[in-house]
Write a protein that binds this ligand. Structure first.
Ligand SMILES: [Zn+2]
Length: 347
């Protein structure tokens, strides 16, 4: 594991003599220091993040000095209305507006990459959908009480069926479309394998663990002879790849209208493995209830004109914010949408 001080000293030396000093701010060594945040012991992570940010500030200061030194003669002709760099007092010559990819989007890419390597296609959801895709196609008949479990946002305007439109409360709204879209594969003897990583919306009371807008990844797999063991193995493999370690998994029976049987899926705590009674991530229980999943209900397959006597499949829906929070020891889901640079710069 790379050490902050030795990397910093090397990059400072480079910056002081480089013709393009700002390049050190994009160096792989610096990126590697940020990347290893995930593997730092959670109790030391905040301290590590602080030291890393201090090192980066120091590096930026030296880069600014070097740039100022190099452009000394031309400074007199520089645009005096340009913003000033707070460290050097010189016009801001650093590419400070370069920005970075939001931590959630970085993780969505990682999740998509893992499933992509497992042979899953990536599909997009939408931000407004109809009641057929949100409910009927997923085996929630009209007036089904489970419809009330989703605190959905609805439009005042009605669609052609006279029903309000819904901001999707889960990515399962894409199951019907995905099954329809790839149905031809089954006829060619190939499986339907797709994930939908996208935003969902619920009328939640916002607190440290609940947001009205968050990310989910839906998974759908249909073929001949698919069984619950394949579902569990797929999720276990994905989670082990994502957290970079061996994990135990556990399933408990649950209820969803669109899967039968349905399960609540738990994994052994990636931080303490059940060894720490004070663990903040699992509250000392050693297990984390992570997601809902199950075998796709025959009615859902029938809706999409797939014969449930010939084909079976599994589906799962997993909150991405939650995965990321556990990976980096983030204690409050509201940080993601807060726009706080102190938080965002750690990724
Ligand atoms: Zn734990």
């Amino acid at each position: 594991m790379a050490d902050i001080d030795s990397v910093l000293n090397k990059l400072l030396d480079e910056a002081r003599s480089a013709d393009e000093p700002a390049a050190v701010l994009k160096s792989p060594e610096l990126k590697a220091l940020y990347k290893q945040i995930g593997s730092i012991d959670p109790t030391e992570r905040a301290d590590y993040g602080r030291r890393l940010n201090d090192a980066k500030t120091e590096l930026e200061r030296v880069v600014a000095e070097r740039l100022a030194e190099m452009t000394d003669e031309s400074v007199a002709t520089i645009d005096i209305t340009a913003p000033f760099d707070k460290n050097s007092g010189r016009p801001d010559l650093l590419p400070t507006d370069q920005g970075s990819i939001h931590p959630l989007m970085q993780e969505v890419e990682k999740v998509s990459d893992i499933f992509g390597r497992m042979g899953f296609q990536i599909e997009q959801s939408r931000e407004l959908d109809d009641q057929f895709h949100m409910f009927e196609s997923l085996n929630f008949p009209k007036d089904h009480p489970a419809r009330d479990d989703y605190d959905t946002f609805m439009t005042k305007e009605a669609d052609a069926n006279g029903e309000a439109l819904i901001a999707p409360a889960h990515t399962s709204t894409m199951q019907y479309r995905t099954l329809k879209k790839y149905k031809h594969k089954l006829e060619n003897g190939e499986p339907i394998a797709a994930i939908v990583p996208d935003r969902v919306f619920r009328n939640e009371d916002v607190d440290a663990r609940h947001e009205h807008t968050f990310y989910q990844v839906e998974g759908i797999y249909v073929s001949r002879g698919v069984n619950a063991g394949m579902l569990i193995a797929t999720l276990q493999k994905f989670l082990e790849e994502y957290y970079g370690k061996k994990l135990e998994v556990r399933v408990n029976p649950f209820y969803f209208p669109f899967t039968e049987p349905s399960f609540e899926f738990a994994l052994s705590c990636p931080f303490c493995g059940g060894q720490n009674t004070d663990c903040k991530v699992c509250s000392g229980e050693g297990w984390i209830e992570l997601l809902g999943c199950g075998m796709i209900h025959p009615n859902v397959l029938k809706h999409a004109d797939i014969d449930p006597n010939e084909y079976t499949g599994f589906a799962f829906g997993c909150g991405i914010d939650r995965l990321v929070m556990m990976k980096y020891g983030i204690e409050d889901v509201r940080h993601f949408h807060s726009g706080k640079l102190d938080f965002l710069k750690q990724f």
